[in-house]
Design a binder for this molecule. Structure first.
Ligand code: RP5
Length: 181
């Protein structure tokens, strides 16, 4: 039911994954309440043409699902997992413990502690099990990092990333020029 709700929210905003193709990035989150933040990862990956899937997988509420998702993702062709969670955000670390794939963690601002709780939970992984943690609520950077990881062995994607950086630079220069006038 939660997945249906998620799919319909994603469809409404046209960020749904390109479902016919095998997803290369798995975007997971602890609750559908994380979607307003986490959809930015799907948006950026779709922009780069990277097939992705979006799922709710909770470390606390659906531990069995988390176990099966994380331990089998690489067998389905997933190459990077982006995991977002708020509060006592165990999801990225637990997933990293169960998969050989790179895991990017997104601390979601979800409680009275404003995301500091999620940030510390995700960034302070003990030695041996890394999670590449991005800024609080910055799922865009998680998508970009996943695209860069894939780009290391995908010249096409790497070229698109270089173009993205150039476009960003040009945008800033145009704005700066306007200010100077
Ligand atoms: C976490 O608890 C989720 O990742 C979410 O950020 C937070 C609140 O979840 P809901 O109570 O909104 O479902 O597990």
């Amino acid at each position: 039911k939660v997945q249906n709700r998620l799919d319909s929210m994603l469809n409404k905003e046209k960020f749904n994954s390109q479902s016919a193709v095998t997803p290369r990035v798995g975007i997971i989150m602890g609750s559908d309440s994380d979607l307003p933040v986490m959809k930015d990862a799907a948006k950026i990956l779709n922009m780069f043409g990277v097939p992705n899937e979006v799922r709710v997988v909770s470390a606390h509420r659906t531990p069995e699902l988390m176990y099966s998702y994380a331990s089998s993702a690489h067998e389905r062709g997933i190459q990077v997992i982006i995991a977002g969670a708020g509060g006592a955000a165990h999801l990225p670390g637990m997933v990293a413990a169960l998969t050989p794939l790179p895991v990017v963690g997104v601390p979601v601002r979800a409680t009275a502690l404003d995301g500091v709780d999620s940030l510390l939970s995700i960034v302070q992984m003990p030695r041996g099990v890394p999670v590449a943690t991005v800024a609080v609520n910055n799922a865009t950077n998680a998508g970009l990092l996943a695209a860069r990881i894939l780009g290391a062995s995908d010249a096409n994607l790497r070229a698109r990333m270089s173009q993205y950086l150039e476009d960003m630079r040009d945008e800033v220069l145009v704005k700066a020029e306007k200010l100077e006038r």
